[in-house]
Design a protein. Structure first.
Length: 103
């Protein structure tokens, strides 16, 4: 894990970053900085701690409000990220046993 120096709301931070995660970390830092700057520039909140909490809540809300993409199996097995829904349903049915089936 490497250390990366970033700036958020004019203050420097040194953050741990997994190898290959620099682009994702830079994107996250930019989002936090943008959100905190917008709250500060709104003029109603001045305390850094309150700005940070409000920014965190705003970003968490934005993430929670996004619809989650459902993985779909192509049936070909070519896509390592695809999920075989029939296999999962069979596993769940086996776990449920005689209590009932999902589908």
């Amino acid at each position: 894990m490497k250390q990366v120096e970033v700036t958020i709301l004019g203050q420097g931070y040194i953050l741990g970053c997994p190898d290959g995660g620099e682009v994702l970390l830079a994107s996250a830092v930019a989002a936090v900085d943008r959100e905190m700057s917008a709250i500060r520039d709104g003029g109603k909140v001045k305390a850094r701690e309150r700005i940070a909490v409000l920014a965190a809540l705003n970003l968490a809300y934005q993430l929670a409000d996004r619809p989650l993409p459902l993985p779909v199996s192509t049936g070909s097995g070519d896509n390592a990220d695809s999920v075989d829904l029939d296999r999962l349903i069979r596993k769940l049915d086996a776990a449920i046993g005689d209590d009932g089936h999902l589908l």
